[in-house]
Design a binder for this molecule. Structure first.
Ligand SMILES: [Zn+2]
Length: 87
């Protein structure tokens, strides 16, 4: 979950992109691997080298009955902070 502008955004799409084989994989029910096998995805987890993957995650919030999508640049900022902290 990401707080942005005081609003909680929930993970709506858990997905990553493999820089090696240019595959985008998303996990809705279980483990999946990209075509070349460099990166994989599981519910709530990413497997493989962070240098080989890019985020394709999408977050949304529900405000007054409407769905609001978190801007992609915010998702990427969070991703970069995450990869920097684990590098
Ligand atoms: Zn791959």
């Amino acid at each position: 979950m990401i707080y942005y502008g005081g609003v909680p955004y929930y993970l709506a799409r858990h997905a990553i992109y493999c820089k090696k084989c240019k595959d985008t994989i998303s996990s809705t029910s279980g483990y999946k691997q990209c075509t070349c096998g460099a990166v994989g995805i599981d519910i709530g987890r990413m497997l493989g080298a962070l240098a080989d993957m890019e985020t394709r995650q999408m977050y949304c919030a529900y405000v007054n009955g409407k769905t609001i999508w978190l801007p992609q640049h915010v998702v990427e900022e969070v991703w970069f902070a995450f990869t920097a902290s684990t590098a």
